[in-house]
Design a protein around this ligand. Structure first.
Ligand code: UN1
Length: 496
């Protein structure tokens, strides 16, 4: 019998009010059940909000450096348990161990970065236009932050959101993806072990019902969501109506540009890692390869050869290079793009089918797929697939490459491989993305820099780095007049 997990609400591990649970299975072998997790709803969210309000009262008054100390201990525990968490994460999410170790590391980096921010959280002090008067700004906590996180970075993304939210003095309600509830459970255990006061964190498992209740609860003023553009729009409508602060991190259709003067071996390594790492299930995944015609045939031939040799399997086996997709619907979606009506004459030059081996028989595997001759503007060139599918688009010039990169609705990351320093810098200006890499693939953002995209990828906020603290704190301006007399701004100084 699979283990039954609970929500964490009101300082206790509790069953969902409905008494309903869902199963969490290993995507590499669906016979392996990780556990049963609460299928929560509005009543669980209401209880979580009540507790989080009490948590906020306490935590918002705790000095920021002390809040940081808790996060430093969280980082220390993550370091000590890195291997064990990576193993559990691969079991529930599927990506290979090297990547789940990286995922934990991203949480560690985020913890230590947030911990030190506790001794900065800078405000500003500026001169007043009046004599004997000070003017300054400070950061204040906001309230309860509702965090809705996706499956592809089961540890890193919850930490990106929760750690800066906590450091800024907010309490947190975390609603993780139904596909990776176990990693979230481990994270909450670690926060408690590190000394976070119990009511400051609530963990509510479940799907749409729980998410919807969280987003629309009037006592939750801050929502941060990473996931699909359609869910992001639905959340945005509610938050707009309710005047909530909302950070959205959504789709991508990231391109790698390979110019005719590129180091092709370097670009090949980058394309394989960018397109097929995490089985293509990153917001930042390389989904389009824009290749200069002078090197197109040579480069695609090498790419196909290397893609064919990638080893699929259980991410916990050391020879595995590519794990499964997260669930059947994700694989069905990928297969839909291989339909001749969608291909529109483009040719599948590698992959394009499920593997046929005993190792992959019980999981949601799909072969790394390269599709050549994709037309700019077609579905394969513009829609996010979130799977191991790379669309190759041939171009004749740098200008055309830029046009193709920019013509999609998304704008998360991009990359250019070139030996020409002037072109590299031009690309940094010309490519319409939140992140652009030179001679590196479209994935691999670091935790201490702002992360996010332009256009339909997001709504202008950034996660990570220094900017995320703007999102999770309110700016309060303080004036102190110690002149002992009424001084009127705009009037007294300029009175003639
Ligand atoms: C995501 O796919 O949502 O830059 C996040 C990267 C990772 C984060 C990806 N550090 O690829």
């Amino acid at each position: 019998m699979a283990k039954t997990f609970k929500n964490f609400i009101g300082g206790k591990w509790v069953a969902p009010v409905s008494g309903r649970y869902f199963q969490n299975r290993n995507p590499a072998d669906t016979r392996d059940v990780i556990g049963r997790f609460p299928d929560s709803g509005a009543a669980d969210i209401a209880a979580a909000v009540k507790s989080a309000q009490a948590g906020f009262e306490l935590w918002s008054r705790t000095p920021a450096p002390l809040r940081g100390d808790v996060l430093r201990r969280v980082g220390d525990i993550l370091v000590a348990r890195k291997e064990e968490i990576a193993d559990a994460m691969t079991r529930e999410m599927g990506k290979v161990l090297a990547e789940t170790r990286g995922d934990v590391q991203e949480g560690i980096d985020t913890a230590y970065y947030a911990a030190t921010e506790g001794r900065r959280l800078f405000g500003r002090t500026v001169p007043s236009e009046l004599r004997r008067k000070w003017a300054m700004s400070v950061r204040r906590p906001i309230g309860i932050a509702g965090l809705i996180t996706p499956f592809n970075f089961p540890m890193a993304i919850p930490t990106w959101k929760a750690f800066p939210a906590l450091l800024s003095g907010n309490s947190v309600i975390l609603k993780p993806s139904e596909d990776v509830p176990h990693t979230a459970h481990l994270l909450v255990e670690i926060l408690l072990e590190a000394g976070l006061p119990e009511q400051v964190i609530q963990l509510v498992h479940g799907g749409e019902a729980a998410g919807r209740a969280l987003v629309s609860h009037p006592r939750v003023p801050v929502i941060s969501f990473t996931g699909s553009s359609s869910t992001g729009s639905a959340i945005g409508e509610v938050c707009g109506r309710m005047h909530k602060r909302l950070s959205l991190e959504m789709g991508g259709k990231n391109a790698m540009i390979v110019m005719d003067d590129a180091d092709l071996s370097l670009a090949l390594d980058g394309a394989l890692w960018g397109a097929f790492g995490t089985t293509g299930q990153r917001c930042t995944a390389t989904s389009r390869l824009i290749v200069h015609r002078k090197v197109h045939d040579r480069f695609v031939a090498r790419l196909v050869d290397a893609a064919e040799r990638l080893v699929l399997g259980d991410g916990r086996e050391s020879r595995t290079q590519v794990g499964p997709l997260i669930h059947a619907a994700a694989r069905d979606k990928v297969e839909g793009y291989l339909d001749p009506a969608v291909l529109q004459g483009a040719s599948v030059v590698s992959g394009g089918s499920r593997p046929r081996s005993a190792r992959t028989a019980n999981g949601f595997f799909y072969r790394p797929t390269v599709i050549d001759g994709v037309k700019p503007g077609s579905r394969l060139a513009t829609e996010e697939i979130f799977g191991p599918v790379l669309s190759v688009i041939r171009v004749g010039s740098y200008e055309q490459a830029v046009r193709v990169n920019n013509e999609v609705q998304y704008g998360l990351s991009s990359s250019i491989y070139t030996g020409n320093v002037n072109l590299a810098f031009r690309a940094l200006e010309d490519l319409q993305n939140g992140i652009t890499y030179v001679n590196a693939p479209t994935i691999g953002a670091e935790a201490h820099l702002p992360f996010g995209g332009v256009k339909q990828t997001g709504n202008g906020h950034r996660e990570g780095g220094w900017e995320v603290f703007d999102f999770y704190s309110e700016t309060k301006v303080c004036y102190v007049d110690f002149s002992g007399a009424l001084q009127r701004a705009q009037i007294d100084t300029y009175d003639v």
